[in-house]
Design a protein around this ligand. Structure first.
Ligand code: HAM
Length: 425
């Protein structure tokens, strides 16, 4: 036998058993995006490395350690160094916004994207090299109402998925006016404890001290004593943050203040947020995260434009939903079309009629005995069987409940109504 080829480390095959759960979660995301007035956008899966380096920051893990470089087989070393699979969608969406002159459209723009992201990190539970995000971005809205609205959107998503105890962690990391003072305070504080920092943090300390706070290996006592960004906010950032919190309180949305929440990407300003199942707040367990990035459009060559967004991890959401026993199955029951006459065209015709009526249908194309066809339909998960009898595809046919074994004759046109009616509680 030839040697087997295995999937790359850190990737997973989505197997049919999981497909229904993914479909359900993705359709909740799509439907919510629509209900929040967001329009779909898609961008390439690979972009210039420069886009990520400038947007996410040279010292972010995503750029410094986890870039998935790609290039043509015949390309030179330099050419291959130019492109990378996207580690996240925000930089690409902002590039598309600028490149397509989208600032002239009536704003604020509300956009969503659902698709795979790639980070070349060490794989572990809930952390993959290819994973899927549902991303929502609002470009051109200074807030604070939209900040609260997006946190509401994420909470609704988790609630509709059926996840319990999801809590938002919230912080404000200030802006270009007040952050320099906060950074300075961080450098002074951590420099005094330099020996206790990891090698990564020591290296990043002066270039980007916020990354030190984000270091998963930072000693908890050292983290607890570190300067807090909220103590350094300028008046405008303070007013913005108070505005967001007042709205969240007014809506009764759950959040906790998290002074360490600076996020792992450099484009953030003011509001930062992450979502967790309460009690499972380890670094690898964030179900989603995001925040305001008022400086990114300008940094990537556009005009100064406020913006905010989040990315919710679909892999982790599905995992958590399965763990909590949330409903995962699509609601549509499967109908098998079987028959013991050698009339394959008839089976396809009946299947077509039922599909026209909106049913999920799986015709059996085999010459097996009727009993065997019914058995295999039940094993394949069909809830109903339509048995074509003497009347052929014009009917009448027999509708059999594969759970109870009860059956009765109906006209082909009446099958959909009978199935729908029986499915009602
Ligand atoms: P992020 O926090 O890097 O933010 O990723 C968002 C979510 O994607 C995480 O909370 C997690 O659920 C999921 N995720 C990230 N890395 C992995 C991985 N290796 N395996 C599985 N799931 C993962 C962003 O990407 C920002 N673009 C969010 C944003 C949008 N900020 C503003 N707009």
């Amino acid at each position: 036998m030839a040697q087997q080829i295995r999937a790359p480390r850190g990737t997973r095959d989505l197997l049919p058993e999981e497909g229904a759960a993914w479909n359900r979660v993705e359709s909740i995301a799509r439907s919510l995006a629509e209900r929040f007035g967001c329009a779909r956008i898609d961008t390439p899966l690979f972009e210039r490395v420069e886009l990520f380096a400038r947007g996410l920051g040279e010292t972010s893990d995503a750029v410094e350690k986890e870039m998935f470089r790609v290039g043509g087989a015949s390309g030179s070393e330099e050419e291959r160094a130019e492109w990378a699979l996207r580690p996240e969608p925000t930089a690409g969406i902002v590039r598309a916004y600028i490149e397509n002159g989208m600032h002239v459209r009536p704003g604020p723009l509300r956009l969503w994207l659902l698709g795979p992201m790639f980070r070349y990190a060490r794989p572990q539970a809930g952390r993959y090299r290819q994973f899927t995000q549902w991303d929502v971005e609002v470009i051109g809205d200074p807030g604070p109402m939209v900040d609260a609205e997006l946190i509401d959107l994420a909470h609704r998503f988790y609630a509709e998925v059926g996840l319990r105890d999801v809590v938002a962690h919230l912080n404000s990391i200030g802006d270009g006016v007040c952050r320099p003072r906060f950074r300075e305070a961080l450098v002074t504080y951590f420099a005094a404890h330099e020996a206790r920092l990891t090698a990564d943090s020591r290296r990043r300390l002066r270039a980007n001290p916020l990354r030190v706070l984000d270091d998963t290996l930072l000693e908890p006592e050292l983290a607890a004593g570190a300067p807090r960004s909220v103590d350094y906010l300028c008046d405008a950032c303070r007013a913005h943050f108070d505005g967001v919190r007042n709205l969240l309180d007014a809506l009764g949305l759950r959040y906790v203040l998290d002074h360490r929440l600076v996020r792992g990407l450099d484009y953030y300003s003011r509001t930062t947020v992450e979502f967790y199942v309460a009690g499972r707040e380890g670094q690898q367990q964030a179900l989603g995260g995001g925040g305001r990035y008022d400086g990114l459009v300008e940094l990537l060559g556009g005009r100064s434009t406020p913006a905010i967004g989040f990315g919710l991890g679909i892999d982790r959401t599905v995992l958590a939903a399965l763990e909590q026993g949330a409903p995962v199955h699509a609601s549509m029951p499967l109908v098998a079309v079987v028959g013991d006459l050698d009339d394959l065209a008839g089976r396809l015709r009946v299947a077509g009629t039922l599909r026209d009526a909106g049913l999920a249908v799986r015709p059996d194309g085999s010459p097996r005995r009727l009993g065997r066809q019914l058995e295999s339909a039940a094993k394949a998960g069909a809830r109903w069987a339509v048995i074509i009898g003497e009347g052929g595809s014009e009917g009448p046919v027999v509708l059999r409940d594969l759970e109870s074994g009860e059956q009765h004759e109906v006209a082909v046109d009446a099958v959909a109504a009978a199935v729908t009616e029986a499915g009602l509680p």
